[in-house]
Design a protein around this ligand. Sequence first.
Ligand code: COD
Length: 300
Amino acid sequence: MVLKSMSDLKGIVAGKPRKRLVLAAAQDQHSLGAVLRAWKDDIIEPIFIGDTDGIQALCRENGYDIAGIKIVHEPEIDKSVELAVKMLSSRQGDILMKGKVGTSLLLKCVLNKEWGLRTGNLLSHIALFEVDTYHKLIAVTDVAMNIAPNLKDKISIVNNSVSFLNRLGYVMPKVAVLGAVEMVNENMEATLHAALLSKMNQREQIRNCIIDGPLAFDNAVSLESAQHKGIKSEVAGDTDLLLMPDIEVGNVLYKSLVFFAKAKVASIILGAQVPIVLTSRSDSEQAKYDSILLSAAASK
Ligand code: COD
């Protein structure tokens, strides 16, 4: 099974019990709009933590009906994130969502050693894109959490992503490990990592997926381009998951797909005690809604 469009995610969550979603620093228009849509669609049961006056004012201005939704008043942003994370770690919720707060602050709270949402695994970010010019959804990791992952980190990032894709119904997702070129170049670390990850996959040290790399971006997403270069690969042109060399490359690809290619995107953090909806503040309400769908699909 592969997902062809964001709306396929609805099929995955349909019929599942509603998840309790805690929105930290909830005074954010697009986040509120997306959460309320997901509530109406019976996907989640929201809990808002944040500045009650700010939340109510935004809801009034936008005609949102929030009758019946629990609001916990905490106007200070860092305290509201701490409270939200503590609610999740004490199992009073199933999904954490970032509202009007910086990514780094939220992640630092999630990683707090005493009351955070660590599991002993590496946490990583995954984004799913629907692009008109590709024949199915394509996942990209890690574009927002791990800054410069080493080989060990990349193994964990692949494992997090593959087990998530397996849960979504992908039996053997095809993973392209990106470099600037498709040949191993001893001066380009990303190509060395890619070659090692591919070999580890062949030797079944990394399972439940097919990994190939290094592949340049064009070879990963276009069979014609791979054939032109004489590359024989099961992954080329049919990639389900792109593994990025580092956060800079990943983040630029993310923003390019959204701003230039008008791609739809959904993204979450994997590997914590609960899925975390961590969209960028510039992401649309639709992207936040699709990310909630993705988190509900990820939630156990
Ligand atoms: N998974 C699990 N544990 C981790 C991870 C991870 N991905 N990253 C760090 N830790 C642990 C470390 O082992 C350590 O015990 C503790 O957390 C602190 O580690 P530091 O000192 O490396 O981390 P911090 O707190 O300085 O930074 C962690 C961040 C996630 C905040 C940092 O990596 C970061 O800023 N990432 C980029 C976030 C961002 O700005 N994204 C923007 C794109 S939209």
